[in-house]
Design a protein around this ligand. Structure first.
Ligand SMILES: [Zn+2]
Ligand SMILES: [Zn+2]
Length: 172
């Protein structure tokens, strides 16, 4: 699913809030934008996605595909959520200078992710109660052949991949 499709699902989920909310993309090469995100609220999600190499015909799947959603704190202007895709590199083209392929998630997963975000934003800005029991998470186990290769994974390189040992933080 491309950004445009994410945006149209986002609009459907967020349409019931009184303020207008929009989803925009964070560009991996925009370092000043990436710096500004450091004190935003964060929702990290990892799931199954497919990737297509921008350089060759190779395609692959990963259960460790990752995104981060950034949303405002209480005292910040509301209305914008930023989406960061973490890419993976093509194994066949490894060694050549190449760009990351962005993950293409399934619609159901995107919707569950956006609903979770909708709830979090409801708690922050619209006085909603957090649901007693969190909605069933998308924890369908998907078996994918082969190990996760950190050198091909952008999130690993940034220290944000679930494959990496890390502190439990930002649990949403
Ligand atoms: Zn390739
Ligand atoms: Zn990784």
């Amino acid at each position: 699913m491309s950004l445009i499709e994410w945006q149209s699902l986002f609009e459907d989920v967020f349409e019931s809030y009184p303020d207008k909310w929009a989803l925009r993309c964070v560009y991996r090469h925009d370092s000043s934008q990436n710096r500004r995100l450091q004190n935003k609220r964060v929702m990290d999600r990892t799931g199954y996605a497919r990737f297509h190499c921008p350089k060759c015909s190779n395609g692959w799947a990963s259960a460790k595909a990752k995104i981060t959603l950034y949303y405002p704190k209480y005292d910040e202007p509301i209305g914008t959520v930023l989406l960061r895709f973490y890419g993976q590199k093509c194994k066949k083209c490894d060694g050549r200078k190449l760009s990351f392929a962005d993950p293409e998630f399934e619609v159901d997963w995107i919707n569950l992710t956006l609903e979770k975000l909708y709830e979090s934003i409801g708690c922050c800005f619209y006085g909603k109660q957090r649901p007693e029991k969190p909605k069933n998470d998308y924890n369908k186990v998907i078996n994918i052949e082969g190990p996760h290769e950190s050198k091909l994974c952008e999130a690993c390189q940034l220290g944000r991949c679930d494959q990496m040992p890390r502190n439990k933080k930002n649990k949403t």
